[in-house]
Ligand binder design. Structure first.
Ligand code: PLP
Length: 419
C-alpha cells in the first residue's frame, strides 16, 4: 500500500475517523445588555424611534464606532445600501458599478431607483480594484457600490482617488465587514456613505436592521427623510413631504438590541480575525492552494473565508474536495453555491426573470435605447473564482479546539488528494 492510498483510506468518506470529532461550541448572542435595553424600550411606552431614545442611542453609538458625525438607522442592509445611493443622488438611467459576488441587497436599491447595475470584475482578494471599476465607467456612471465582501477590505485609497476626480459617489456595502480596516481606518468611512446590515447572519444582529454613516449634514437630512416618508421629522419640518420617499424605519426594539450588540462588536470582530489566523496557521502551506488574503494594509474580520485551489494539483475536482471536507465535519462549501454569495446576480431570478418580462424591461432597457445584458464574459476572474474557491465558514462561538479540528480536516483532505 502506498503512502497516498493510506491517506485516502483515512478519509471519513472512506470509513476513516472524522477530523472533527466533537460538536462545535455554541453560545448565546443576546445574553448581555439586550434584555435590559429591551425592557427600557418597552417602559418608554413607545416603540417609535421619533419619540423613544433607543434608536437615537444606537445611532450615537454608531457615530462613535465609525467616527462619522451622522448616522441614519433603517430596517435592513438592503435599505441601507439604497439610502447610500440616495446620498449619491442616483436616479433613473444612471449606471452604478458594483461587483457580482454579493447579496442581492447590493443591487435592489439600484434597480428600485430605475438605475442600472454594471458589474466589474473582482480580484482574488474578493474585491473590486480601481482598474476594474475604471474599465466600466461610462458617461452615465453616477455611483459605485464597493462591497467589502466577507470582512475583507477593498482598496479604498485608489477607488476614492478614481471616483472623486470624476464626481462619482461611493457607497460602501459593509454588511459583511463590521470591524474591517484598511491602514487602520474602518471601512465605511472612506466613501460618501457607509452602509451596514444587522440581519441575523452578520457579525452583529438585531434580527433585521441597518445603518448608514455619513459626513455631510445635508446628505444626512436627505437620507434621514428618504428613510421616513420624507416627514422631515428630525429637522425643522420645512421639508415635510417635499419629495417621494419610502418607509425604512428601525423600531425601538431593534434599536435596543443594536445598542447592546454595538457594545460588543469589537470583541466579536477581533475574535473572527483571530480564528481565521488560527485556521491559516493550522492548515499551513499546501502546494496548489492559497487562502484569500486581505489587500496590503488590510485587516480582515473574516465573516467567512475562501481557499483557492489549482485543480491541476489535485486528483479530485473542487466539488468532490468539498464533499470530502464536509464528510470530515468541516463547514466547507463550493464558492458560489452558497446562497447568492459568489453566484453572479445575473444568474439569479431577480435579474433573469425581469429581463424576460416585457413590463419589467425597465431599467434594463432605457427610454433612450440603451439595453443592458449580463454575462460571465464581463467578469472572467469572477467566473474562474466560482470554479476554484472553497468557502470555509466561521462562527463567532467556535472554540480554539473547533478551529484546530477544522484546520486539521482541511489539511487531511488536501494531503490525501494532492497529486
Ligand atoms: C446581507 C447583505 C446585504 C443585505 O442586508 P439585509 O439586511 O439582508 O437586507 C447587502 N449586501 C451584502 C454584501 C450582504 O451580505
Amino acid at each position: 500500500m502506498t503512502a497516498k492510498t493510506s491517506l485516502a483510506d483515512q478519509l471519513a468518506a472512506n470509513g476513516g475517523p472524522k477530523a472533527v470529532q466533537h460538536p462545535f461550541a455554541t453560545g448565546q448572542r443576546y445574553a448581555d445588555n439586550e434584555l435590559d435595553y429591551l425592557r427600557e424600550a418597552l417602559e418608554q411606552n413607545t416603540l417609535f424611534y421619533g419619540f423613544g431614545n433607543m434608536v437615537k442611542r444606537a445611532c450615537a453609538k454608531m457615530c462613535e464606532y465609525t467616527g462619522r458625525p451622522h448616522v441614519v438607522a433603517c430596517s435592513s442592509g438592503t435599505a441601507a445600501v439604497h439610502l447610500g445611493l440616495i446620498a449619491c443622488g442616483i436616479g433613473p438611467g444612471d449606471e452604478v458599478i458594483t461587483t457580482p459576488n454579493t447579496d442581492s441587497g447590493t443591487v435592489i436599491g439600484i434597480i428600485e431607483e430605475g438605475a442600472v447595475p454594471v458589474f466589474c470584475d473582482p480580484d482574488f482578494h474578493l474585491q473590486p480594484t480601481a482598474e476594474a471599476i475604471e474599465a466600466r465607467i461610462s458617461a452615465h456612471t453616477r455611483a459605485v457600490v464597493v462591497v467589502h465582501l466577507a470582512g475583507y477590505p477593498a482598496p479604498m485609497d485608489e477607488i476614492v482617488e478614481l471616483c472623486s476626480a470624476r464626481g462619482i459617489g461611493i457607497v460602501e456595502d459593509c454588511a459583511q465587514s463590521w470591524g474591517t480596516k484598511l491602514h487602520g481606518r474602518l471601512v465605511g468611512t472612506f466613501g460618501t456613505a457607509g452602509c451596514y446590515s444587522t440581519n441575523d447572519f452578520k457579525h452583529i444582529s438585531t434580527g433585521d436592521g441597518g445603518f448608514v454613516a455619513l459626513d455631510d449634514e445635508s446628505l444626512y437630512r436627505r437620507v434621514s427623510n428618504y428613510s421616513d416618508k420624507h416627514y422631515d421629522r428630525l429637522f425643522d419640518l420645512t421639508q415635510r413631504q417635499a419629495h417621494h420617499a419610502v418607509n425604512y424605519r428601525m423600531s425601538e426594539l431593534q434599536g435596543a438590541v443594536a445598542l447592546a450588540q454595538l457594545e460588543k462588536v469589537d470583541r466579536i470582530t477581533a475574535r473572527h480575525h483571530e480564528m481565521r489566523e488560527a485556521l491559516l496557521t493550522g492548515v499551513g502551506d499546501v502546494p496548489g492552494t492559497s487562502f484569500v488574503s486581505p489587500v496590503p494594509g488590510g485587516y480582515s474580520t473574516y465573516w467567512w473565508t475562501v481557499i483557492w485551489i489549482d485543480e491541476q494539483k489535485f486528483t479530485e475536482s473542487r466539488d468532490r474536495i468539498v464533499e470530502l471536507m464536509q464528510a470530515e465535519g468541516v463547514p466547507a462549501s463550493s464558492y458560489g453555491n452558497y446562497d447568492l454569495i459568489g453566484k453572479p446576480l445575473f444568474q439569479t431570478r431577480v435579474v433573469r426573470d425581469w429581463l424576460d418580462d416585457e413590463r419589467r424591461h425597465y431599467p434594463f432597457t432605457q427610454p433612450d435605447g440603451r439595453a443592458y445584458h449580463y454575462s460571465y464574459d464581463q467578469t472572467p476572474r469572477h467566473a474562474r473564482m466560482l470554479r476554484t474557491g472553497i468557502m470555509i465558514g466561521i462562527n463567532t462561538f467556535y472554540s480554539d479546539r473547533d478551529v484546530r479540528a477544522i484546520a486539521a480536516g482541511v489539511r487531511k483532505v488536501l494531503d490525501a488528494v494532492a497529486r
